[in-house]
Design a protein around this ligand. Structure first.
Ligand SMILES: *[C@@H]1O[C@H](CO)[C@@H](O)[C@H](O)[C@H]1NC(C)=O
Ligand SMILES: *[C@@H]1O[C@H](CO)[C@@H](O)[C@H](O)[C@H]1NC(C)=O
Ligand SMILES: *[C@@H]1O[C@H](CO)[C@@H](O)[C@H](O)[C@H]1NC(C)=O
Ligand SMILES: *[C@@H]1O[C@H](CO)[C@@H](O)[C@H](O)[C@H]1NC(C)=O
Ligand SMILES: *[C@@H]1O[C@H](CO)[C@@H](O)[C@H](O)[C@H]1NC(C)=O
Ligand SMILES: *[C@@H]1O[C@H](CO)[C@@H](O)[C@H](O)[C@H]1NC(C)=O
Ligand SMILES: *[C@@H]1O[C@H](CO)[C@@H](O)[C@H](O)[C@H]1NC(C)=O
Ligand SMILES: *[C@@H]1O[C@H](CO)[C@@H](O)[C@H](O)[C@H]1NC(C)=O
Ligand SMILES: *[C@@H]1O[C@H](CO)[C@@H](O)[C@H](O)[C@H]1NC(C)=O
Ligand SMILES: *[C@@H]1O[C@H](CO)[C@@H](O)[C@H](O)[C@H]1NC(C)=O
Ligand SMILES: *[C@@H]1O[C@H](CO)[C@@H](O)[C@H](O)[C@H]1NC(C)=O
Ligand SMILES: CC(=O)N[C@H]1CO[C@H](CO)[C@@H](O)[C@@H]1O
Length: 583
C-alpha cells in the first residue's frame, strides 16, 4: 500500500511527460469552400487545419490519427529537412507505412538552428491535399527583419469532384483530367454560387483585418493542388520579399507576387496611415489572384480591411461576386524568372554533375515495403555504380541513390511534350534544401550554365520548390517518364486531348545543387498533385548506409503497417530525447 501510494504520483508524472506536443486528427467531412459541398479529408474538422507554431531548436512530437474509414493517410511536414529523422517525412512507401484507418503515427523531428520560416503540413496520399493541409510556422527568437505581427495567406484550389473521383480519372483508362479547380481559396474561403442539395450558405471572400501604420510579415503559402498564382494588393505595391521556402533572402522589392504549388513567400506589408486612408476615402482593398501558365485563367481574391471605423468609408462585400479586378489590380502576363535571378543569399559549393533521368513511372503504392523500412531492416542495397552509368537512376531500386556527404548537381530539363506544349511543373524536394544554381531558356549546356551563373547578381540561395522558375526550369524531361514516353496507347492518346494548347517548342532548364548530408529516403516530385499521381516523381535514397538510429520504442510502430507504439508503464521515453544528441 505504502509502495503503491509512492508510485502513483511518479507514474502520473511520467505519463504526463510522455505527451505529444500536438495532436492532429484526419477525418472525412464536408467542406464547402465556395458553397458547394464536397466530402473531403479535413484536419481537426476543418480545411485548412489548425496553424501549428513551433520554435527553432524544438524537438517536436506530433501524433497524427487517421479517423477516415476507407483511406490511408500520412502527414508530410513540407520543407522541414528531417535532419536525423528521415522516418518522420510522411511519404507512404518511401519513408513510412501509411497510417491505416483507425491507426496513428508519431512524427518526431528537430527544428535545426536556422530553420525558422514558413512551412506547411499536408497529407501525402492520393490527392487528399486538396483540402487536408495547414500552416506550419517555425519562429525564432529574433527575426532578421523587424515586423509587428504576421498574417497567414494559405492559397488553395477547390474542386467539386471528390478525391477518389479525381484519382480514378487520372489513373483510369480512359484517362480523365480533372480540369481547373472550381475555386481559388484563401485560408479555405472563396465566394461561390450554387443551388440545390449540395449547397451550403455562408461562403465568402476571405477578409484579413489590419491596423494602420503597422508592418506585417505576410506568410503566403502555396497549398494549391494545381494552380500557379500571380497576385497583388490594390494600392500596396511594392512588396518587400524577405523569405522563400523557409530561407531568408536579402530584401527585394517586387511589383507583384508569384507562387506555385508547394512554395512559400514572405513579404513585408507596411500598412497605410489613417491620414492616407482618409485621403483615399478607402479602408477596404482588393487583393487580386489570377492563375498563369495554363490555357485558361482562373480568378480569386481576398480583401485587406483596415480597422478604422468611420461611417462613410465605402466597404467591399465579401458575400457578393468578385468584380473583374484585372483592370483595377492588373497583373502581368506569363513571363519566366519573376525576381528570382536578382535574389541573393548563402554560398554554393563545387562538385560533380549528375544528369538526372527517370525512366520510371512513380507510384505511391510501390515498393511493397517502404524504402526506409527496408533500409532499417538492412534489406535495401542501392546500386550506386549502376546508377552512375545510367544517368543517376538505379534500375534495381527505381531510385536515385546518393552517398552521404556527396554534393550533386541535379539538372532538370523541361522539354515540350510530344504534343508541343510546355507546362509549368513546380518541383519540390523533400529533406534538405538545395541551392538554386542557375536556370535558363533553351538548350542546357556547360556554356549556357556558365552564362546563366554570370547573369545572376547574388550568391545562390536555397529552395525546396522551384520558384517562379517553374516554366523556365524545374522539370525532369517529360520524355523520360514512362507515363509519357512509353505509355499505354490509350493513355497517350488521351493525354494529348487533355493537354492541347498553344504549341511551344522551347526548352527550359534548372540546376539544383544538393549536399547530401541528411540521410533518408526523400521524394522529389512535381507538386501539382494530378501530375504526381500520374507518376511525375522520383525517390532520392541518400546515405542508406548511414541512417540515424530509430528512437527507442519506435521500432514496432515503424516496421509494420498499422502497429502502434506502446510505452511500458514507467519506462523512460529515451528515444525521444536521444535524437538531440550530436546537434
Ligand atoms: C486537434 O484536435 C484534437 C482533439 O480532437 C485536440 O486535442 C488537439 O489539440 C487539436 N490540435 C490542434 C493543433 O489544435
Ligand atoms: C493502405 O496501405 C496498405 C499498406 O501499404 C495497403 O496494403 C492498402 O491497400 C492500403 N489501403 C488503401 C485503402 O489504399
Ligand atoms: C488499425 O489499428 C487500430 C488500433 O489497433 C484498429 O482499431 C483499426 O481497425 C486498424 N485498422 C486497420 C485498417 O487495420
Ligand atoms: C466524377 O464525377 C462526375 C460527376 O460528379 C462524373 O461525371 C465523372 O464520370 C466522375 N469521374 C470518375 C472518374 O469517376
Ligand atoms: C479588427 O476588428 C475586428 C472586428 O472588430 C476584430 O475581430 C479584429 O481582431 C481586429 N483586427 C485587428 C488587427 O485589430
Ligand atoms: C522597397 O520599396 C520601398 C518603398 O518604395 C522602399 O522604401 C524600400 O527601400 C525598398 N526596399 C528595397 C529592398 O529595395
Ligand atoms: C467616401 O465614399 C463614400 C461612398 O462612396 C461617399 O459617400 C463619401 O462622400 C466619400 N467621402 C469623401 C470625403 O469623399
Ligand atoms: C478579367 O477578369 C474576369 C474575371 O474576373 C474575366 O472574366 C475576364 O476575362 C478578364 N479579362 C481579361 C482581359 O483578362
Ligand atoms: C535501365 O532501364 C532503362 C529503361 O528500361 C534502360 O533503358 C537502361 O538501359 C537500363 N540501364 C541499365 C544500366 O540497366
Ligand atoms: C559527413 O561529413 C560530416 C561533416 O563533414 C562528418 O562529420 C561525417 O563523418 C561524414 N559522414 C560520413 C559517413 O563520412
Ligand atoms: C539574363 O537575365 C535576363 C533578365 O532576367 C534574361 O532576359 C536573360 O535571358 C538572361 N540570360 C541568361 C544567359 O541567362
Ligand atoms: C567561402 C565563400 O564563398 N564565402 C562567401 C559567402 O558569401 C558571402 C556573401 O554572401 C561572401 O562575402 C563570402 O566571401
Amino acid at each position: 500500500m505504502y509502495q503503491l501510494l509512492l508510485l502513483l504520483p511518479l507514474l502520473a508524472q511520467l505519463s504526463l511527460a510522455w505527451q505529444p506536443d500536438h495532436v492532429l486528427r484526419i477525418a472525412s467531412g464536408p467542406v464547402a469552400a465556395d458553397c458547394t459541398v464536397r466530402n473531403s479529408a479535413v484536419i481537426n474538422g476543418t480545411s485548412p487545419g489548425p496553424t501549428i507554431r513551433l520554435k527553432e531548436g524544438d524537438h517536436v512530437w506530433i501524433r497524427v490519427y487517421n479517423d477516415m474509414e476507407g483511406s490511408n493517410t500520412t502527414l508530410h511536414w513540407h520543407g522541414i529537412s528531417q535532419y536525423l529523422s528521415p522516418f518522420a517525412d510522411g511519404t507512404p512507401q518511401t519513408s513510412q507505412w501509411p497510417i491505416a484507418p483507425g491507426g496513428y503515427f508519431d512524427y518526431e523531428f528537430l527544428l535545426q538552428p536556422g530553420s525558422a520560416g514558413t512551412y506547411m503540413y499536408h497529407t501525402h496520399v492520393g490527392v487528399q491535399i486538396v483540402t487536408a493541409y495547414g500552416a506550419l510556422i517555425v519562429e525564432e527568437a529574433k527575426p532578421p527583419f523587424a515586423y509587428d505581427a504576421d498574417l497567414i495567406l494559405l492559397l488553395g484550389d477547390f474542386w467539386h469532384a471528390s478525391d477518389a473521383n479525381i484519382t480514378k480519372g487520372l489513373l483510369g483508362t480512359p484517362f480523365t483530367w480533372p480540369n481547373d479547380p472550381q475555386a481559388l481559396t484563401v485560408n479555405g474561403n472563396a465566394f461561390g454560387q450554387c443551388t440545390g442539395a449540395a449547397c451550403r450558405a455562408g461562403c465568402h471572400t476571405e477578409v484579413l483585418n489590419v491596423l494602420p501604420e503597422t508592418t506585417y510579415r505576410v506568410r503566403m503559402i502555396g497549398a494549391m493542388g494545381l494552380s500557379f498564382i500571380y497576385t497583388s494588393i490594390d494600392a500596396h505595391s511594392p512588396f518587400t520579399v524577405i523569405e522563400l521556402d523557409g530561407g531568408y533572402i536579402a530584401a527585394h522589392n517586387a511589383s507583384y507576387l508569384e507562387i506555385s504549388s508547394g512554395q512559400r513567400v514572405s513579404f513585408l506589408l507596411r500598412t497605410k496611415s489613417a491620414a492616407e486612408l482618409r485621403a483615399l476615402n478607402q479602408t477596404d482593398f482588393w487583393a487580386n489572384i489570377e492563375t498563369r501558365w495554363r490555357s485558361t485563367r482562373d480568378y480569386g481574391a481576398w480583401i485587406l480591411r483596415y480597422n478604422l471605423t468611420q461611417d462613410d468609408f465605402p466597404t467591399l462585400d465579401p458575400y457578393a461576386p468578385i468584380p473583374a479586378l484585372n483592370k483595377t489590380v492588373p497583373l502581368p502576363d506569363e513571363a519566366p524568372y519573376w525576381i528570382t535571378n536578382d535574389l541573393s543569399a548563402g554560398n554554393g559549393s563545387t562538385l560533380g554533375v549528375y544528369w538526372v533521368v527517370d525512366q520510371y513511372q512513380y507510384t505511391e503504392n510501390w515498393p511493397q515495403v517502404p524504402y526506409l523500412v527496408q533500409a532499417y531492416e538492412n534489406k535495401l542495397h542501392p546500386d550506386y555504380e549502376g546508377a552512375l552509368a545510367n544517368g543517376g537512376f538505379d534500375n534495381s531500386t527505381n531510385s536515385i541513390p546518393i552517398h552521404i556527404n556527396e554534393t550533386v548537381d541535379l539538372v532538370f530539363l523541361n522539354l515540350a511534350s510530344f504534343v508541343g506544349t510546355l507546362e509549368a511543373h513546380p518541383w519540390h524536394i523533400h529533406g534538405a534544401h538545395p541551392f538554386l544554381m542557375a536556370q535558363g531558356l533553351g538548350e542546357f549546356s556547360d556554356d549556357a550554365y556558365t552564362a546563366a551563373r554570370q547573369n545572376r547578381t547574388g550568391q545562390p540561395y536555397r529552395l525546396d520548390t522551384g520558384v517562379g522558375a517553374c516554366i523556365s526550369s524545374a522539370v525532369l524531361p517529360l520524355s523520360h517518364y514512362s507515363s509519357f514516353s512509353v505509355p499505354q496507347p490509350t493513355r497517350r492518346r488521351l493525354f494529348t486531348e487533355q493537354h492541347h494548347g498553344p504549341a511551344r517548342h522551347e526548352r527550359r532548364w534548372m540546376v539544383y545543387r544538393l549536399s547530401a548530408v541528411d540521410a533518408g529516403a526523400f521524394l522529389l516530385h512535381c507538386h501539382i498533385q494530378p501530375h504526381m499521381t500520374m507518376g511525375m516523381a522520383t525517390v532520392l535514397l541518400i546515405g542508406m548506409e548511414n541512417l540515424p538510429s530509430l528512437p527507442k520504442g519506435f521500432l514496432g510502430e515503424f516496421m509494420a503497417y498499422n502497429s502502434t507504439r506502446t510505452l511500458a508503464a514507467g519506462a523512460q521515453p529515451a528515444g525521444y530525447f536521444e535524437l538531440v544528441e550530436g546537434l
